[in-house]
Design a binder for this molecule. Structure first.
Ligand SMILES: NC(=O)C1=CN([C@@H]2O[C@H](COP(=O)(O)OP(=O)(O)OC[C@H]3O[C@@H](n4cnc5c(N)ncnc54)[C@H](OP(=O)(O)O)[C@@H]3O)[C@@H](O)[C@H]2O)C=CC1
Ligand SMILES: O=C1O[C@H](COP(=O)(O)O)[C@@H](O)[C@H](O)[C@H]1O
Length: 515
């Protein structure tokens, strides 16, 4: 296997870390501050941003949740930063950072708490000189999105203070809606209070370096774009496989399932980056326009081009695990899918006739998110001594983009095996992020939190995009709801999903790439 030589100048790395991207003074207000996401991802991300010099000097965080945690909150968050952020327990910068982090207890659905919240934020402005700028981060269950936004509006917290540089923005976690109708209704509610330019619908996949790199790979290199179309590409695969199960999130997952949890958002975002035309610039409007064009060009997905799976008991990493129906707070006859596979076609000039196979699932054989671009074979095989008889066995060219783990890109091509014959073998040319740039602790939320503080919506989902992806998923969900699966569970934990998903590709004369 060949490996690429990558020479990155230290100056280039340094420059990319410190481009002029420092937000204005502000308070980041995290609703759901005692929750899993805040502790594992958001606080570690803010800490890393601060340590890297990206945050303004006048900056503070207010955590908001129901219970009175004032005595334990700081220690709990420090623990989260240590465990989730790879920081040493005795890091001397932790305590100074935590001096800017405060906690406020209130019930989200009790209007009475919002006047107190407003007063608390004004006090923090005075203490930290944060000038009334706010980033409200809704890290809460989706049923609270409307209430919180509505009450913020009612108490005048949706409007920036006087002064041209002042701002108020809101980041809204996923899932944004449950189907097309509910996503529309939620956007209507939120738009009554916040203008679209103030709303940042987060999808943490867009914060991943490797996802952003899809655009750089395609549009900053001259050699790939000419072959990035139906004339040269045979098919595309997108795999988002997780080895973990539902991690105690039974009630959430029962309502969600794989299609809503990751396909409607993460996978569709990745697909749009793979398939979109070059935007007129790298700004929110231009990128959004091209993404939406991709989603709107996808042909309605027929239920026959979908496969649902649900894991049963099995072995993951050598350990026995229970099936989905035995997980805590999951119905013993649950019809929720923990795996979904789709065959998608984009009806436009670039992609017509190129199938795109998608699969996403929990408790699969391993954790891997990867995009495979498989190219057509040459029209005529000159060399007969390949991996199979008569040269047919030589594998087609593949560009594989590994989103996680072992982030990188590989190109598979045929090479001559040394010796007196024209024998061929498939080899890989590999680019590894870690080898080229060093290991990164960034979790995607760093970039997105920073962008939201800067008001840059390029890497966020927008109303029209969310509706376009729900428009694709909703008919599938409706068809599935009418047609319960009789053979659930239909794959064992620790495997690659139901056999029906293999059959779907086999019917097209293809098979999933071995990952
Ligand atoms: N966890 C993850 O890895 C991911 C999560 N998300 C999304 O992020 C959001 C948050 O998820 P997560 O952190 O896992 O959720 P959790 O269930 O862990 O946390 C929920 C938080 O909301 C608070 N809360 C709940 N009800 C109320 C209420 N009535 N009044 C005040 N506070 C309340 C809880 O406070 P208290 O403890 O005081 O009850 C807690 O702080 C969800 O939208 C989820 O879909 C998205 C991607 C990944
Ligand atoms: O949004 C979600 O994403 C995670 C997968 O994210 P990753 O960064 O670990 O790939 C998934 O486990 C979770 O169910 C879903 O809600």
């Amino acid at each position: 296997m060949a490996t690429t030589q990558v020479n990155v100048s230290p100056a280039a790395l340094e420059r990319s870390q410190h481009l002029d991207r420092r937000p204005d003074p502000c308070v980041v207000v995290i609703f759901g501050a005692s929750g899993d996401l805040t502790k594992r991802k958001l606080l570690p991300a803010l800490y890393h941003l601060e340590q890297s010099g990206f945050l303004p000097e006048d900056f503070a965080v207010l955590g908001v949740a129901r219970r009175d945690l004032s005595a334990t909150f700081a220690d709990d968050m420090k623990d989260g930063i240590v465990k989730g952020g790879g920081v040493e327990t005795n890091d001397p910068n932790l305590d100074p950072f935590m001096e800017r982090v405060q906690y406020f207890a209130m019930n989200f659905d009790d209007e009475g708490g919002y006047a107190g919240l407003k007063k608390k934020l004004e006090d923090m402005d005075a203490q930290f000189n944060t000038k009334g700028n706010r980033l409200f981060y809704l890290s809460v269950a989706p049923e609270y999105f409307s209430d919180i936004v509505g009450f913020l509006g009612k108490h005048g917290m949706n409007k920036p203070g006087a002064g041209e540089k002042h701002w108020v923005r809101t980041v809204i976690e996923k899932p944004f809606g449950h189907d097309l109708e509910s996503a529309r209704a939620l956007s209507d509610e939120v738009n009554k209070v916040f203008d679209e330019s103030q709303i940042f619908r987060i999808d943490h996949y867009l914060g991943k370096e490797t996802v952003q790199n899809i655009l750089v790979f395609r549009f900053a290199n001259g050699i790939f774009e000419p072959v990035w179309n139906r004339n040269y590409i045979d098919h595309v695969e997108i795999t988002a496989a997780e080895s973990i199960g539902i991690e105690g999130r039974g009630p959430f997952y029962e309502q969600a399932g794989a299609l809503r949890d990751v396909v409607q958002n993460h996978v569709m975002e990745v697909l749009s980056f793979i398939a979109m035309e070059a935007p007129s610039g790298f700004d929110a409007d231009a990128v959004r326009t091209e993404k939406v064009k991709v989603w709107r060009s996808i042909k309605p997905i027929h239920p026959a081009d979908t496969v649902r799976g649900q894991y049963g008991p099995g072995l993951v990493d050598g350990k026995a695990v229970v099936g989905y129906r035995q997980e805590d707070r999951v119905h013993p006859r649950s019809q929720t899918e923990t795996y979904a596979a789709l065959r998608v076609e984009i009806d436009n000039w670039r992609w017509a006739g190129v199938p795109i196979y998608i699969r996403a699932g929990k408790r699969m054989a391993k954790r891997v998110t990867e995009i495979t671009i498989q190219f057509k074979q040459p029209p005529l095989m000159l060399f007969k001594d390949g991996e199979g008889k008569g040269g047919e066995g030589i594998k087609p060219n593949v560009i594989s983009m590994r989103i996680q783990p072992d982030e990188g890109i590989a190109l598979r091509f045929a090479a001559k095996v040394p010796g007196p014959n024209m024998s061929m073998s498939s080899v890989n040319m590999n680019f590894s992020y870690a080898d080229a740039f060093g290991a990164s602790s960034a979790n995607g939320y760093e970039r997105l939190l920073l962008d939201a503080m800067l008001g840059d919506g390029t890497l966020f989902a927008h109303r029209d995009g969310v509706e376009a992806t729900w428009a694709l998923m909703t008919p599938i969900l409706q068809a599935w709801a009418k047609d319960p699966v009789k053979d659930f569970p239909n794959y064992a934990a620790g495997t690659w999903g139901p056999v029906m998903a293999d059959a779907m590709l086999k019917a097209d004369g293809r098979k999933w790439r071995k990952l």
